[in-house]
Ligand binder design. Structure first.
Ligand SMILES: [Zn+2]
Length: 76
């Protein structure tokens, strides 16, 4: 199962439950539970602009970039 938040492969936990180790999203019998940290990181990413190249580089290097968005929504 692909994570609806970041597209990483989710681990099956049994009984229709799946967990994404990359971003923490949980799928439970069709319901999606996205960690609050994902939305907070998405908000924070709006403060990282092109004039802040070091921060943008670190944002990607640390994997935050790929953990908070599906590939089609990655902007930085
Ligand atoms: Zn994920």
């Amino acid at each position: 199962v692909s994570c609806p938040t970041c597209s990483h492969t989710m681990a099956g936990l049994g009984y229709g439950n799946f967990h994404c180790a990359r971003c923490g999203t949980v799928l439970s019998n069709g319901a999606i539970y996205v960690p609050a940290l994902v939305s907070r990181c998405r908000e924070f990413s709006k403060t990282i602009t092109g004039s802040c190249a070091l921060h943008a580089h670190e944002w990607s290097r640390l994997g935050i970039h790929e953990a908070i968005n599906t590939p089609e929504h990655r902007q930085i």
